[in-house]
Design a protein around this ligand. Structure first.
Ligand code: KIV
Length: 278
C-alpha cells in the first residue's frame, strides 16, 4: 500500500539485491492514482500510449505534444512513485540535437522525475548530453519498439552469442555514462541474468525472465484493457474489458427500458414552485 513519501532515484538503485522493483505504465489520472496507491515503485508514462490508448500502429506515431499531455495527467495523481517520461521517437532520434530540450520539457512542464530513452545508433551521445544537464536517464535495450523495423521486427533480441555480447556491451556503456537503471525488453532470461549480475544499477525486465532486479508491464495488458494482441510475456491478472462491456450493456438496456434514471438519480422542485410556474 501507498505511503506518501516520494521515491527517489537513490531509493530505486538501493533496492538492487534487496527486493524486486515494481514498475507499470500509466497515461492518465485514474490509473496512475490506483497504481500509486497500490505502492508500485515506478510509473512509466510510456510511448506505448500510442498502441494501447490512441489506437495507433506504432509508438513512433506519438510525439512530444501527446506525451506531455499524458505525463501531466499522471504526475497530478502521483504522490509516491518515481515518474518516468518516455522520450518519443521524434524527440531525440530524428534530430538528436533536440533531445536535451525535450528531456527538460518532461521535467519542467510535466513534472516527471526522470526520462527513459531507447537504444539507437546515437544513443550514447544523446544519453551523455541529457545526463550532463542534470536529468537522470533510464536506458532501454533489447527489443526497442521505436526501431523494431531495424531489428527484424518484434522479435526476441540477443539470441546468438554475437547479438548477446552486443547487448552486454550496450548495457555496460549505458551504466558507464551514468544511467540509473535499464529496461531489458524481450531478451533470453540467461542473458538478462548475465547483464543483471554484471551491472551495479538495477535492470527492469519485460519479457526478460525472472532474474532482473525488477519487472515492468503495460498496465492495459495486465488488466485486459488492450485486446488487439497479447505478447507471450504478459500475464493477465483480470479481464476488465468484459466487466466494462457488461456494465455498458446494462446501462444501454436500462435507458431503453426506462429503468434509468430512477427517482434517486433525479432532482426535485417544490410543488408550490411548480404550481406557480403552471
Ligand atoms: O512504452 C512502454 O510502455 C515501454 C515499456 C514496454 C517498457 O517502453
Amino acid at each position: 500500500m501507498q505511503n506518501d513519501k516520494k521515491i527517489t532515484i537513490q531509493d530505486i538503485v538501493s533496492l538492487k539485491g534487496r527486493r524486486k522493483i515494481t514498475m507499470l505504465t500509466a497515461y492518465d489520472y485514474p490509473l496512475a492514482s490506483l497504481i500509486d496507491k497500490a505502492g508500485v515503485d515506478i510509473i512509466l508514462v510510456g510511448d506505448s500510449v500510442a498502441n494501447v490508448v490512441l489506437g495507433l500502429d506504432s509508438t513512433t506515431q506519438v510525439g512530444m505534444t501527446e506525451m506531455i499531455h499524458h505525463a501531466k495527467a499522471v504526475t497530478r495523481a502521483v504522490k509516491h512513485a518515481l515518474v518516468i517520461g518516455d522520450m518519443p521517437y521524434e524527440s531525440y532520434q530524428i534530430n538528436p540535437d533536440e533531445s536535451v530540450k525535450n528531456a527538460h520539457r518532461f521535467i519542467q512542464e510535466a513534472n516527471c522525475d526522470v526520462v527513459k530513452l531507447e537504444w539507437f545508433e546515437r544513443c550514447l551521445d544523446v544519453t551523455r548530453k541529457i545526463i550532463q544537464t542534470g536529468i537522470a536517464v533510464m536506458g532501454h535495450i533489447g527489443l526497442t519498439p521505436q526501431t523494431a523495423d531495424k531489428l527484424g521486427g518484434f522479435k526476441v533480441q540477443g539470441k546468438d552469442a554475437e547479438a548477446a555480447s552486443r547487448l552486454i556491451e550496450q548495457a555496460t556503456e549505458l551504466e558507464r555514462l551514468g544511467c540509473f537503471s535499464l529496461v531489458l525488453e524481450c531478451v533470453p532470461d540467461k542473458i538478462a541474468e548475465i547483464i543483471t549480475k554484471k551491472l551495479k544499477i538495477p535492470t527492469i525486465g519485460i519479457g526478460a525472465g525472472p532474474n532482473c532486479d525488477g519487472q515492468v508491464l503495460v498496465t492495459h495488458d495486465l488488466i485486459g484493457l488492450f485486446e488487439r494482441f497479447t505478447p507471450k510475456f504478459v500475464k493477465r491478472y483480470i479481464n476488465i474489458s468484459s466487466l466494462i462491456s457488461e456494465a455498458i450493456e446494462k446501462y444501454k438496456d436500462e435507458v431503453i427500458q426506462g429503468k434509468f434514471p430512477a427517482q434517486e438519480h433525479s432532482f426535485r422542485i417544490k410543488e408550490e414552485e411548480l404550481k406557480k410556474l403552471k
